[in-house]
Design a protein around this ligand. Structure first.
Ligand SMILES: [Zn+2]
Length: 266
C-alpha cells in the first residue's frame, strides 16, 4: 500500500503527463541496453536485420540459470534471451548463437569476472587452475560467403537453413510426443540434421518431411551431408582449451555450473 502511494505521488510530481512518463521510462530502459557488435556472434549476425541490444542479467535470471537441470535448461535459456536480447524475437535467434549469447550476458553482467577451472595435465601430471574469461570460448563462426544451396551426392539440391530457437522448440515438441507425428520412432540425431534442410529441389520442407527425407537417404549421401554440416556449422564448442606449461593442450568441458553464473566475487 505504502509504496503504491509513493509511486502515485511521483507521477503527480512529474506533472501527471502519461506521455512524458512513458518517454522517461523508455529512456531509462534504453540506457540499460547495450548495443551488440553482431560480428562477434557465431553467425556474425549475417542472418539478422537491424540492431540487436542486450541487457545485464537480473537477480532472478542468475538464480534461474544457477539452478537449471537438463529438463529446464532450454526453457530457462529461452526465457532469459527473450527478456535480455532486444531487436530480435527469441524464436528468430539462431540455435548456433544461443549458448554464445548466454555466456555473453553472463560476461557483461559480471564484467567478465574470471571463472576458475581446476585441471590435471595428462602429459606432465601438473595440477593447475585456469582462469577462464569470455574470450576463452572456442567459437566456430559462419563463413561470410557461405553457399546455401548444396548438391547432395544423389543429385538432389537442398537449401540449407540454420535452425532457429523456434525450429528447436518445434523439434523438441516432436521428440516429446513422437507418436503424434509418426508411426515409427523418431531418431533425435537424424531430426537434428533434418533441421538444416529448408527446401528440397525447390520445395519448402516441414520438419517431418525433411526428417523423412534424411531417414530414407542412401548412406553415402547421408554421410556426406552430415559431415559437411558438422564442418560448416557455427556455434560454441562444448569445451575450452587449456594450455599447460609443458605445451600440452587440455580440453576441459565448458562449465554450466551454478558457480559460473553466481561467482564468489571477492
Ligand atoms: Zn603439462
Amino acid at each position: 500500500m505504502q509504496s503504491r502511494k509513493i509511486e502515485d505521488e511521483n507521477i503527480m510530481n512529474q506533472g501527471g503527463n502519461l506521455a512524458d512518463i512513458a518517454q522517461a521510462l523508455m529512456r531509462q530502459q534504453k540506457k540499460n541496453d547495450i548495443l551488440l557488435n553482431k560480428s562477434m556472434l557465431p553467425s556474425k549476425g549475417l542472418l539478422y536485420k537491424g540492431d540487436i541490444s542486450v541487457k545485464k542479467l537480473t537477480t532472478i535470471d542468475i538464480k534461474n540459470l544457477s539452478t537449471v537441470t537438463t529438463d529446464t535448461v532450454d526453457g530457462v535459456m529461452n526465457g532469459i534471451l527473450a527478456r535480455n536480447v532486444s531487436g530480435i524475437q527469441v524464436n528468430d535467434i539462431l540455435v548456433g548463437d544461443k549458448i554464445w549469447l548466454i555466456f555473453y550476458l553472463r560476461s557483461i553482467t559480471y564484467d567478465d569476472y574470471p571463472f576458475d577451472i581446476k585441471y590435471t595435465c595428462s602429459e606432465c601430471g601438473h595440477n593447475g587452475i585456469f582462469s577462464m574469461k569470455f574470450s576463452d570460448l572456442v567459437v566456430n563462426q559462419l563463413q561470410d560467403d557461405f553457399k546455401y544451396d548444396y548438391t547432395m551426392k544423389n543429385g538432389d539440391v537442398i537449401t540449407i537453413g540454420f535452425p532457429t530457437i523456434g525450429n528447436e522448440v518445434e523439434t523438441n515438441m516432436v521428440l516429446r510426443e513422437p507418436e503424434k507425428y509418426s508411426m515409427t520412432p523418431i531418431d533425435e540425431e537424424l531430426i537434428n540434421i533434418a533441421n538444416y534442410i529448408k527446401t528440397l529441389n525447390g520445395v519448402n520442407q516441414s520438419i517431418m518431411s525433411a526428417y523423412r527425407y534424411i531417414e530414407t537417404l542412401d548412406a553415402p549421401s547421408f554421410s556426406n551431408f552430415a559431415n559437411y554440416m558438422a564442418d560448416v556449422n557455427f556455434g560454441v564448442k562444448p569445451y575450452i582449451n587449456i594450455k599447460c606449461d609443458c605445451g600440452n593442450i587440455i580440453q576441459a568441458p565448458l562449465s554450466f555450473s551454478a558457480e559460473y553464473f553466481m561467482p564468489k566475487i571477492k
